[in-house]
Design a protein around this ligand. Sequence first.
Ligand code: SF4
Length: 369
Amino acid sequence: MSFLHELEKYENFDFEGYFNSVTADDVKKSIGKEKPGANDMLNLLSPAAEEFLEEMAKRSHLLTMQYFGGTISLYIPLYISNYCSNGCVYCGFSAGNKIPRKMLSMEEIETEALSIKKTGIKHLLVLTGEAEEKAGFDYIKPAIELLSKHFPSISVEMFPMSTEQYAELKKCGVDGLTVYQEVNDRTIYAQVHPFGRKSDYNWRLECPERGAKAGFRLINIGALYGLGDVRKEAFFNAMHAKYLDDKYPDTEIAVSFPRINHSEGNFKPQHRLSDRSFVQFLTAFRIFLPRVGLNVSTREKADFRDNLLPLGITRMSAGSITSVGGYAESEEDDVPQFDISDNRSVTETISMIKQKGYQPVLKDWEMIK
Ligand code: SF4
């Protein structure tokens, strides 16, 4: 049984009909439920719940304090290659975009690592485009071995791999995996991923589970809001997180809420997740999944990120650069994967978190080798 079977249950489900039938009473009951189920999550994502944001925020805050205290884990991304064989229509690194391609040498990776280290953040997220033939496992493995000398906690966001490959990376120092399905709707998925290995929906959907089987400590999933109907996407994403959380209790599951930002391809999203709905969805996730980490990246504006702190967020990126390298040296023609909205430094982000009364966590993991 995999999450694919769970998804099949909803193949003929009338989401629009259900969402429109939810009443204020249904929402109130779902907010207060001790053990909310799938129908409660639908109620919390429905238009009727928009009138209950304050109640949802209060409950979300209480649950976050209960399970996470007032801590915010920080991580920093490092792109080591932007070669990509996929044609994702919403991404600046898409194979069709004529941009300068770059892949850091081991020496350059070490220089970047030394620069990032100065910020004090010990959680690194290492990213590449998805080009197995150019920046494949034989490039990634030594890169991770090198980075693990500088960072006790490393997550990867790369092409989906097999359980065996993830197990190998774990031995080299990787403890976390980030992989977004982007969009759960199969028809839209095929449209926005017209070619490349990424057009294999099932291979990607089962990727988080392969990471959990390999023994990673942290699995972070997400939908890219803007590609499909936002309520349905949030629901599928929540069900996926619940499936993983129930089946792999020793693994920390986390969810991100990326919204499409401007990228090189000038993609115009068909759907929009407003700030208000963002807050609704975030608090709905917390009520439905109290122990799951909730992540907000620098795609979001600084003041918006600040205001999300008491609403359920437990993890944030800081000081991010989304082009290849760029921490030690940047070049004029560096192209970002997407635009950053919060350009504050790590020090500024840490100050903001403290000012809000929260504890920034720069390190919470050390692998004993
Ligand atoms: S989203 Fe990832 S896989 Fe798709 S084009 Fe961008 S870098 Fe490549």
